[in-house]
Design a protein around this ligand. Sequence first.
Ligand SMILES: C[S@@+](CC[C@H](N)C(=O)[O-])C[C@H]1O[C@@H](n2cnc3c(N)ncnc32)[C@H](O)[C@@H]1O
Length: 302
Amino acid sequence: MLLNNLKNSSLNLNIHQIFTDSAKAIISNESCYDFIKTVPDKAVTLIITSPPYNIGKKYEKKTKLQDYYLKQEEIIDQCVRILADNGSLCWQTGNFVENSEIVPLDILLYPIFQKHHLKLRNRIVWQFGHGLHASKRFSGRYETILWFTKTNDYTFNLDPVRVPQKYPQKRHFKGPKKGELSCNPLGKNPSDIWDIPNVKNNHIEKTIHPCQFPIELVERLVLSLTNENDLVFDPFLGVGSSTVAAVKNNRRGMGCEIFDEYYTIALERTILAMSGDLQTRPMNKPIYEPQSLPIAKESYIM
Ligand SMILES: C[S@@+](CC[C@H](N)C(=O)[O-])C[C@H]1O[C@@H](n2cnc3c(N)ncnc32)[C@H](O)[C@@H]1O
């Protein structure tokens, strides 16, 4: 779809480019550092983002780690300002890598969140199956999400994000509840280790973006940390995974992307999500397990 057509369809769907209180979605092509200044204090219930990691991807210029820290501090300070008192801020990062030495970005950035007295609720480990094969260290197969709340009075809905129990029919075998189901029939708490496939070439959500969020990862945060109609913001929107996860679940979505190509895809995917036409990997779909290799005869003959 051409950008002009997209912009026309988006207005009909109540998608705007500048901050508008009643918008269903706001998708800006401006730098988040400028856009965020137009957002009123405490307007947003969930901020979920994966910022550039300063590792020289197509969309970023590698800078000194200290300069990167200061730029991150600038945007995080503003994010805290626009976060509602019952809101959550989720900063998803991996490692800065140089000469095969890694700097975990969540550890680097933690003092900024601490400065604002945000409360860390979970350090979620997102593990996935695919990525670069390292030759001088073990291949990296996880990243983290620091989930902070602004106060102790925060939205947290566990039921919509429960995952299937391992033994759903397990029952108490003694005591007053003998014979009754011993686990929650709605499923179990998904814990702080999330096994969700990352978006690589054979993933149904793959676009041209080199590191887009799987939508199911954002959906888990949207469903648990917001209620319907709440506003979800991603300052580094990429191809719109966060706005898609928001509108798909009857929340309002907002984000900024400076790269024109990614911005256009973000707008297109958000429009498709609103009309129910965007294909996404369903939440809780089991992970593909490869068949075990046949054991070579000689390996088990002693
Ligand atoms: C790690 S990617 C995020 C990908 C995103 N989570 C998704 O699912 O597509 C970071 C994105 O931030 C964008 N970006 C970098 N600086 C920006 C800025 N100042 N304002 C808005 N977007 C920016 C980059 O172009 C890139 O697409």
